[in-house]
Design a protein around this ligand. Sequence first.
Ligand SMILES: *Cc1c(COP(=O)(O)O)cnc(C)c1O
Length: 389
Amino acid sequence: MSEFIPYGRQSISDDDIAAVVDVLKSDFLTQGPAVPQFEDAIRKRVKAKHAIAANSATSALHIACAALELGPGDLLWTSPVTFVASANCALYMGADVDFVDIDPVTYNMSPAALEAKLTDAAACGRLPKVIVPVHLSGEPCDMETIGGLAKKYGVRVIEDASHAIGGEYSGQPVGSCAHSDITVFSFHPVKIITSAEGGMAMTNDADLASRMQMLRSHGITRDPTKMTKASDGAWYYQQTSLGWNYRMTDIQAALGASQIDRLTNFLKRRHEIADRYDQMLASLPVTTPRRDPNAYSALHLYIIRVPKKAGVAAHQQVFDKMRAAGIGVNLHYIPVHLQPYYAELGFRPGMYPAAEAYYEEAISIPMYPDLSSQDQDRVVAVLKEALVE
Ligand SMILES: *Cc1c(COP(=O)(O)O)cnc(C)c1O
């Protein structure tokens, strides 16, 4: 019986384990030195001025929206093909969500659809306050165009780069916020590097950084320069806004920081696997993912499309056959507007046709640095057989 091959999984080294054990033996399990060290290392790596670690990317998206003062009556636009967290962050703030359909080739938010929607929104006075492009599978969005449109219409930008740490876009690391206000990373175990649970918000804006720092910890400050009056004494702190406890622990930060050294190699290995898939799948009736030659994808996912075509098994059949054969295929993502919670908000099938067409064909096949060539061969062999009607 061959082993189950998941679609993604973490890679943990002895150094990672030692780093976590060191924290467990230290004075601070949380609020110690490991979190600022992790923040500093990521900040340097992705060339951003400020980094705010949080206990998840979901929390980081929430404090990012709060720092941008998204609120009731405001709108946030994101891609329908993303994890629900990219949209939910607006609802947490009492704001409304809308979606911009995807580009049928890149699967990212379509800059053309964004431009058309912004033109319409400007005409009827209902522009979004924030847009959240998502670098699906680690393939960077066209940030130059999206950032340019945002500037033109006075819209703020949060990049959801949960899939994309280590990636580059026109020579700039994803996370440098060259075309955005804030960029958010996720360190969930299936993502590129992990802290078990964890996320981080990057920004070059000192004011946004300071707000996010406070918001992740109850809206409290101990910095006298940020207080409304002189300190009462050494014990004194002030709550000046309503925040949450979204802090990352030192245990998590130590694991995350230990993984950074291997980020370059993780991506190299992901690219080797993708190149090999590209070759092996070239003769099969599937669409392989496009990679922009002007960008460097983090390749979090390898997404194929199974077109509806005579002689080719149906999408669901291929999916089921692969799962039955022990290949942990997955589908990223069910378009958010099709979720029952969003249907209650008024969203309907047919609203984002490119996203819905994608959903009928997409399958994520296994992609992670420790995937062996032997296992990759098995994935392809199973896929080949599953595609036969
Ligand atoms: C994983 C993910 C998130 C949420 O990340 P967590 O760290 O699990 O909260 C948000 N957006 C996208 C696109 C993701 O893939």
